[in-house]
Design a protein around this ligand. Structure first.
Ligand code: AHR
Length: 553
């Protein structure tokens, strides 16, 4: 049986005027037709929602960078200095805050020196993912041309308005090269030979890269370390890295799923040199993929996967149920971290998340690990972003895996073809939460019940998150039921609502998705709210993500 830990090895082998000030909708329902309630508590802030939880991940894997992000300066595809223009335009709209690169597993095979200097002098290397490229994949996917390196990545981030998050190689490069990469990126103009090399490429001023991943999945493709061994490496790689007057935020390779032992082992070993060591860690990376749609029949990484496009309503709920587990993982790892890091200096960085299906739905045949996101993945993504919003004190950053032409992609592209997926639309809707004050919000709705191969199963009926931005209250709500509308009373304790809008992403077909030919099958629709009388009742359509933007008086 193949687990997730081994999969890489295997792949390579082969309103108007509503006052809710004292009204609590939970006391008694005044609208007989509503079966659900939401109450937003303006007086109970949870913390500021870091924009960085709306972050992205772009690995040098198959069609992600080459074709997805990078088309080259001489391409007929509209581009800005070689970077796909349509991608840049779309990412600006969603205020993409941070992008993680170059991996993933690729990171621990990458020598950053291959990706700097004149592009015609850069070496071609075997890509980490070469062994997994399908027979119909492009040869250039196997042999990395290194045309997109540090300079191009930072350029891309600047065009989009994102911060770069570089993942350093701990498995196959010495710690010295970590120092040098930081020096190349951050040493002041004219100060070092590497600063001169950077200037020769057109970048006189330092890149000022703040976020640095120290390895990736170090329990597996990042070196097969034990948590104790990795903690020793982490201390060594991060000790005395020159900062060049800028803050460096190191992100430690963390657990996958419920790997409590990894979290505990890493923290216990780190503080063997004193609790002061905790100050050197900005975040602990948590990876969580939802992939097992076998309904309990297997835990095999390949056999357990479901199809991205062909699924029934049970598969729909099963995927959402798995995704919902992420909240308990955040709480659980936070608790384990707190056994050592009592003041919770170290935050969680969920730098890989999303559903993972079996191959077969890729829009560009030959793209490894590409899948076509449907409405199901949009609902999943809304639910996940709501989870992050509800834990602002714990989650400092999150990066959806992956940006384009991969797993839970916001965009799909091939040559001059491009489309925004339903997941991309959810990110656009949720942009409104960035930087807001998260608010405690209570949801109550009838549970979804379904038959899980002869056994009863259930899932919550309505959930979401709320944030306050001066006089605007943003409330996002997921109705996971495939066929039932949720008539819902919405109360805002401590505020008066004057007007608002509702933006909804849904479709009558739960399999609906966008394609290069039909780009707008799943797209959000916005309408003004017409709120007549107390209480405020809103009908959340089946299989939907909704954003209510309510203006407070
Ligand atoms: O996102 C694809 C791969 O999944 C990443 O390279 C790795 O970190 C994870 O196992």
């Amino acid at each position: 049986m193949l687990g997730r830990r081994e999969f890489v090895r295997s792949a390579l082998a082969g309103t108007g005027g509503l006052l809710f000030a004292k009204y609590s909708p939970f006391a008694s329902a005044t609208n007989a037709s509503s079966d659900s309630r939401i109450e937003v508590l303006l007086g109970e802030p949870l913390g500021t929602i870091s924009p960085n939880i709306y972050g992205h991940f772009a690995e040098n894997l198959s069609g992600v960078i080459y074709d997805g992000v990078w088309v080259g300066e001489n391409s007929k595809v509209p581009n800005i200095n070689g970077i796909r223009k349509e991608l840049v335009d779309e990412m600006r709209k969603i205020k993409a805050p941070v992008i993680r690169f170059p991996g993933g597993c690729f990171a621990d095979s990458y020598d950053w020196r291959d990706g700097i200097g004149p592009s015609d002098k850069r070496p071609r290397r075997t890509n980490f993912w070469a062994g997994g490229e399908p027979a119909n994949g492009l040869v250039s996917r196997k042999y990395d041309p290194n045309q997109f390196g540090t300079n191009e990545f930072v350029h891309f981030c600047r065009f989009v308005g994102s911060q770069p998050y570089l993942a350093a190689n701990v498995r196959s490069l010495p710690a010295e090269q970590f120092d040098r990469w930081v020096e190349y990126c951050n040493s002041p103009a004219g100060s070092t030979t590497l600063a001169d090399t950077r200037a020769a490429a057109g970048f006189t001023e330092p890149f000022d890269v703040r976020f640095w991943g120290v390895g990736n999945e170090s329990w597996g493709c990042g070196g097969n370390f034990t948590p104790q061994e990795y903690a020793v490496e982490f201390r060594r790689y991060t000790a005395w890295v020159p900062g060049y007057g800028k803050e460096l935020s190191f992100i430690a390779s963390g657990p996958s799923d419920d790997g409590w032992d990894w979290t505990r082992g890493f923290f216990e070993e780190i503080v063997r040199k004193g609790t002061g060591q905790l100050r050197s860690i900005y975040g602990l990376a948590l990876h969580y993929y939802s992939w097992n749609l076998s309904r309990g029949r297997t835990r095999d990484w390949d056999a357990g996967k479901g199809d991205a496009l062909k699924f029934d309503s049970v598969d729909w709920y099963e995927l959402l149920r798995q995704g919902d587990v992420l909240e308990s993982l955040i709480n659980g790892h936070w608790q384990v971290m707190g056994e050592v890091d009592r003041e919770h200096h170290v935050k969680l960085v969920v730098d890989e998340w999303g559903p993972w299906y079996r191959p077969g739905s890729e829009m560009t045949p030959g793209d490894q690990i590409e899948q076509t996101p449907t409405l199901r993945d949009a609902i999943f993504s809304g639910m996940t972003l709501d989870i992050f919003n509800r834990h602002p004190e714990k989650v400092a950053m999150a990066n959806c895996a992956q940006l384009i032409n991969c797993l839970n992609s916001l965009y799909l592209a091939h040559e001059d073809k491009f489309c925004v997926t339903p997941v991309g639309h959810v990110f656009a809707m949720y942009t409104a939460h960035q930087g807001g004050q998260a608010l405690r919000t209570d949801f109550s709705a009838p549970k979804v019940t379904y038959d899980r191969d002869g056994k009863p199963a259930s899932f919550w009926g309505l959930n979401g998150s709320a944030s306050l931005h001066d006089k605007t209250l943003v409330l996002t709500v997921v109705n996971p039921h495939v066929s039932e509308v949720r008539e819902t009373e919405i109360g805002v304790r401590g505020g008066i609502i004057r007007a608002g809008t509702a933006t909804t992403l849904t479709n009558s077909d739960i399999h609906a998705h966008n394609s290069f030919e039909q780009r707008e099958v799943v797209a959000p629709r916005t309408k003004d709210l017409t709120i007549g009388s107390l209480p405020f009742t809103y009908a959340f359509p089946p299989a939907s993500v909704t954003k209510l933007e309510l203006r407070l008086a």
